[in-house]
Design a protein around this ligand. Structure first.
Ligand SMILES: Nc1ncnc2c1ncn2[C@@H]1O[C@H](COP(=O)(O)OP(=O)(O)O)[C@@H](O)[C@H]1O
Ligand SMILES: [Mg+2]
Length: 241
């Protein structure tokens, strides 16, 4: 079976000279839910952005659903990303001038796909937003906005959805709703989710956890519990040393 995502020896050095990734190799199986954890500055966001084609690694290769993203130029990479990759940001990144429905339809329009309103409405219905189609984001709570963003990430039926601290701006209850939703996206809808989080409780919603320290992989944990994750995080420095 083709992995949803394969990362081969990803290195990233930013213009100022900071090395954010020091050679990361990892695979994410189709239909899996993986949390990526590590101290602040350990390269989590850089890893996600390079894997998603939002940024380019300095060297190394990224495969999404068997296609090498790093082998293609910017324009086809953007085109591929729009169809095959979903991204959920901590601060939602919804367009304030568009309605909920228009926000969710946008990736289809950008990808040159049919603006399938029936599918859009069905996705939003499943997310509990069936009554909010014509509202603008400013009328929604944080948790509702993040659910719209998840709908937007789902609508093109991508090979993978990357989420960078998707619950970082939410209260506990909304965070739990969003995490339950992400888990359902994987276990009921068969999607693949890779989620960065610094919260062990959030990580425990995933099937497994990858730990990063100083831009390198520093271990993994399957069937994580919040306690086991917190314990591992506390000792990450020692593992990496
Ligand atoms: N655009 C950038 N330009 C220069 N350095 C950056 C940039 N983005 C991140 N970094 C640096 O790269 C390292 C990893 O950052 P990041 O991937 O954001 O880590 P994390 O998400 O784990 O906190 C940090 O030292 C950070 O300061
Ligand atoms: Mg980050």
């Amino acid at each position: 079976m083709t992995d949803a995502v394969r990362l081969e020896s990803l290195h990233k050095t930013y213009d100022g000279g900071v090395t954010a990734l020091g050679g990361v190799t990892a695979t994410f199986a189709a239909g899996s839910f993986t949390a990526v954890m590590g101290p602040s500055g350990s390269g989590k966001s850089t890893l996600l952005q390079c894997a998603a084609g939002l940024d380019r690694p300095t060297s190394g290769r990224v495969f999404i659903d068997g296609t090498e993203l790093t082998a293609v130029k910017d324009t086809p990479m953007t085109k591929f990303r729009r169809r095959r990759v979903g991204f959920v940001f901590q601060d939602y990144n919804l367009l304030p001038a568009l309605t909920v429905e228009q926000n969710v339809l946008l990736p289809l329009r950008l990808a040159g796909l049919r603006a399938d309103r029936a599918r859009c409405r069905s996705v939003l219905g499943q997310l509990g937003l069936g009554e909010r189609l014509h509202d603008r984001p400013e009328k929604l709570s944080g948790g509702q906005r993040q659910r719209v963003a998840i709908g937007r990430a789902l609508v093109t039926e991508p090979a993978v959805i990357f989420a960078d601290e998707p619950t970082g701006a939410l209260d506990l209850r909304s965070a739990r709703e969003v995490l339950t939703l992400l888990r359902a996206v994987v276990h009921e809808h068969g999607r693949t989710v890779v989620m960065v989080t610094h919260d062990p409780t959030a990580a425990a919603y995933a099937d497994s956890v990858l730990f990063l320290a100083d831009g390198c992989l520093a271990g993994a944990l399957s069937a994580p519990t919040a306690d086991a994750v917190a314990e591992r995080l506390a000792h990450l420095g020692e593992v990496a040393a």
